[in-house]
Structure formats: C-alpha cells, structure tokens
Design a protein around this ligand. Structure first.
Ligand code: ZN
Length: 226
C-alpha cells in the first residue's frame, strides 16, 4: 500500500512550538517567562539620567530669559537622543524575540494603565513599550508568528504555581507563595502568568492537550485578529 502525503506549506502561521510570556518593567527591563531578562544598553540609562539633570537646570532658569530658551533646546536634544536609542533598542529586541519564539504574549498596557496611577516615568517607559510591542507584532506577522496581548490584572499578585493570590506592593521584588512554597523573582512570576493567559493556554481546565491542538486553526486566527 502506498501512502500519498501532501505536505502543505504553512499559509498563515508557522506551527507554534515555542511560546513566551513577557513582563515589561518600569526601567526598560523585560522579563521573560523562562526567567531570562533583557536589559537596555547602559547608555540608555545614562541618557535618562542626563535628561533629569538638564530638565532640573531648565527649571532653575529665570522665566523668559535667554538662558532658559537655550536650556530648552538642550532638553529637547536629549529627548530626541533618547527616542532614537529607544527605537533602536525596540528594533533589535523585537527582532530577537521574533527569531526566538513562535508565540509572544505581552500584557495589554492600556488595560494595565486603567488600573494604576499615572506618573511621568511610567508614561515615558510605556511609550517605549508600545513601540516595542508594535514592532514585535509587525515582525511576527511577517514571519508567520503570533503576538498576543492579554489582560494584565493581578499578574504580579497571583502565584504562577498554584493560582492563589499573594498580595505584595511594588517594593517586594520576590514572589514567595505561602500556599505552594514557590519562590521566584516577582517579574518572572508575572511573566509566567502572562503566558498562562494566552489564548492557547487560557481556560484549559478540563480541556486536554488533544482538543487544544484541534482548535489550533481557529485560535491562531483569533490571535492574529488582535
Ligand atoms: Zn503558590
């Protein structure tokens, strides 16, 4: 007996063998659900410090003075330099992510922001994160991969091991679960929770791996529509 097997080329998406959840932090730091961290280059932090200094100088200048005008230009130049560095970082990081993973899961920052108080540092870093997410999504689509955005609610508070709520404020950097004993870096725990909220894994209680494979076609389309 001869089996004839037609191998179809993937039309829309490649098979998603590798998935990763990503937690984005205040200081341009990314934490992946596998525990790896991606840090921005040191010069980005240096520029941010410089911006703070130049901004302070600007605030000290007399209003309406020539020096204040000059200082305003200096501040604008540092701003531009930071924007360029961020864009460069976002391009390189998104390329790395798309080359390494088939499904990339971010937290939805718009939802997250609705739950948190705004402050300047946060909104500046969010602008950078939005750029990174947009670039990752477009590179992923081009490569037939999937980027998904999930609700970030309680991703840092819930235990990624047992699901129980373990409340902690921002100063607590280690997740230590009194219920199941899991001890993890706070952001690593959050990144795992983000991955778990992905369409492919969310609500899998009672659904076995087999049916989730059968559903893959439709799930992939949903994810692409996001
Ligand atoms: Zn636990």
């Amino acid at each position: 007996m001869i089996f004839s097997v037609e191998i179809e080329k993937p039309i829309e998406t490649t098979e998603q063998k590798t998935s990763i959840g990503i937690d984005v932090g205040l200081n341009s730091l990314l934490t992946l659900s596998n525990g790896k961290q991606i840090e921005p280059p040191e010069f980005m932090r240096e520029s941010e410090d410089k911006l703070g200094r130049e901004q302070k100088r600007f605030n000290r200048k007399k209003k309406g003075s020539e020096n204040r005008k000059k200082q305003k230009i200096k501040v604008a130049k540092v701003h531009r330099a930071i924007r360029n560095q961020r864009t460069d970082f976002a391009h390189k990081t998104s390329r790395k992510l798309v080359d390494s993973y088939d499904r990339i899961v971010f937290e939805d920052l718009q939802i997250k922001n609705m739950m948190q108080n705004h402050h300047l540092a946060k909104s500046i870093s969010d602008a950078g994160w939005n750029q990174l997410m947009i670039l990752t999504k477009s590179k992923a689509e081009y490569a037939g991969k999937v980027v998904e955005f999930v609700n970030a609610r309680n991703t840092s508070q819930n235990c990624s091991g047992c699901g129980n709520s373990v409340p902690k404020d921002l100063s607590v950097r280690t997740h230590s679960c009194p219920y199941c004993g899991l001890v993890l870096d706070r952001d690593h725990n959050a990144a795992i929770n983000i991955l778990k909220r992905s369409i492919s894994t969310a609500g899998t209680a009672g659904i076995n791996a087999c049916s989730s494979v059968l559903n893959r076609g439709t799930m992939t389309q949903d994810a692409q529509a996001l």
